[in-house]
Design a protein around this ligand. Sequence first.
Ligand code: ADP
Length: 267
Amino acid sequence: MIVIKVGGALGINYDLFLQDLAGLVKNKNQEIVLVHGGSGELNEISTKLGKPPKMVTSASGHVSRRTDKETLEIFNMVLCGKMNKMIVEKLQQLGVNAIGLSGIDGRLLVGKRKNIIIVEDGKKKIIRDDYTGKIEEVNVDLIRLLLGNGFMPVITPPGLSYENEAINVDGDRAAAIIASSLKAEALVILSNIPGLLKDVDDESSLIKEINKEEIDDYMQFAKKRMKKKVMGATEALNQGVQKVIFGDARIENPITKALEGQGTVIQ
Ligand code: ADP
């Protein structure tokens, strides 16, 4: 069993990616769970709708997307609607019986809604209408039920809070907990970059291998959202996933190449 996370950043070639995915499922009988994001598309569409993305920095220094109710509605439109159904449709065209699910469907991804505390004019302030959080539980039975009956799950945020509200959760870290809950042999995280780079502006600075005991030393290279990928990788490896690979989603056969070791392999 492999868990694959793809995108959201712009520039990803979904046709090439999904062809490779369909080949692995149909010809190699590989059991795969797909998790996707949609941050690039979300930024574009929310801007067109007159509600451009707003990031907030918490008092502890974490940056996250400000997700009020209206943002959450756009989030659902783009991720559960446009992106998820685009991927499921293409997989159906490739002969894979994909089924799209968000984290709220069947309580697939459940976790804690966060209280975002910001500092404004030197004072701490809680933002009360924000819906972001972190997944702590995965409905493994539901995923196994689907896989066991020949369906390929295509999973997208949001998740569900313990109070049963939709929450914006990070796709990479959701993929990480899905992989560890399923005891997957590998977690493949594909994006619009060749892997973890020493210098984000220089694609030839790819870090090819990381010993999982030393992963903390590499956090310094990850900037912005890449940090979430390294955090997700650390969480997955600590919870028993044998191997995490960061690979390039823009190339032909991106999954096969990542599994062959192209990208950043952490084990
Ligand atoms: P996705 O939406 O596909 O999950 P993100 O946009 O969240 O991808 O993260 C990938 C981005 O992280 C890259 O496009 C790159 O700009 C940025 N990044 C920051 N630091 C690094 C790094 N050290 N190596 C590679 N990418 C990095």
